[in-house]
Design a protein around this ligand. Structure first.
Ligand SMILES: [Zn+2]
Length: 263
């Protein structure tokens, strides 16, 4: 059904959809999953005459299905939405798959092969990889990603991505997570590469006088204000043994998830 009986289209205007995402801290109000769908609950879509962000909530596919099939009552959705609104301090959670051989790319920097701290900036671990004791091939990735003011905005803890509630916008669509710091301002683009890892395609992170700039074209830059540091001579940026900033950037297109190689 494209429109309801009042002629209201199903598609929610982008600005209103973002308001709903922000109000629900980017997650299903019942389970915090970041893989979300929109659900009109006050009133239901069939009776709605407009897309009011206050009457729309976020549900994951499983909970949306349970609501549609009558396993969950409308009052329960309304209660969950109210709780999320009142206590909505925790952000969305989604999973990640990291299996041997691991493949982790940060801009043009390919980190693959070793375990431990993959990337450390100014003494702070940014990316860490360790064994999963419960799985033969599985690995656990953790990350702490800050914005250009040094505020922690997204973490990965043992393959669980948690986007903080105070981001301007978070969209977890397809294989990619996109986080905006403002209208038209993408702070992070993170692409899953199941089952082996992920690629941080875009990131602008700054803290302790350092900044990492990974742009949309696959270029990476590390700057210690006010001067630019050569990639190969950055002493405060360390990566796992055997890895360095490549002299010739592999670029996302040149690296196949099925054939990961250390550069
Ligand atoms: Zn859910």
């Amino acid at each position: 059904m494209k429109c309801n009986r009042h002629g209201l289209e199903r598609t929610i205007p982008a600005d209103r959809a973002r308001k709903v995402r922000r109000r629900c801290a980017f997650a299903c109000v019942m389970c915090r999953s970041g893989l979300i769908e929109y659900h009109h609950f006050r009133p239901e879509f069939a009776d709605a005459t407009r897309h009011d962000p206050e009457g729309i909530t976020l549900l994951c596919a499983r909970h949306h299905d349970e609501v549609t099939r009558g396993h969950i009552a409308p009052i329960q959705v309304e209660e969950a939405d109210a709780v999320r609104r009142r206590d909505g301090l925790e952000g969305a959670e989604t999973g990640l798959s990291v299996r041997r051989p691991p493949l982790v790319l940060v801009g043009p920097l390919l980190l693959s092969g070793d375990l431990g701290t993959l990337l450390r900036v100014n003494g702070e671990p940014v990316l860490e990889l360790r064994e999963d004791d419960e799985s033969d091939r599985g690995l656990l990735l953790s990350a702490r990603l800050r914005d250009d003011r040094g505020a922690l905005k997204l973490t990965i803890e043992n393959n669980v991505i948690t986007a903080r509630h105070d981001n301007w916008d978070v969209r977890d669509e397809g294989a990619e997570v996109t986080v905006n710091s403002g209208r038209g301002k993408i702070w992070l683009r993170l692409k899953r590469w199941p089952p082996h890892g992920l690629h941080i395609r875009q990131l602008r992170m700054r803290f302790g006088g350092w900044s990492l700039d990974m742009n949309n074209r696959g270029d990476g830059r590390i700057v210690r204000n006010p001067s630019t540091i050569m990639r190969q001579s950055v002493s405060a940026i360390t990566v796992a043994p055997g890895h360095s900033w490549p002299r010739q950037r592999p670029g996302p297109a040149a690296v196949r998830p099925s054939a990961p190689e250390a550069c």
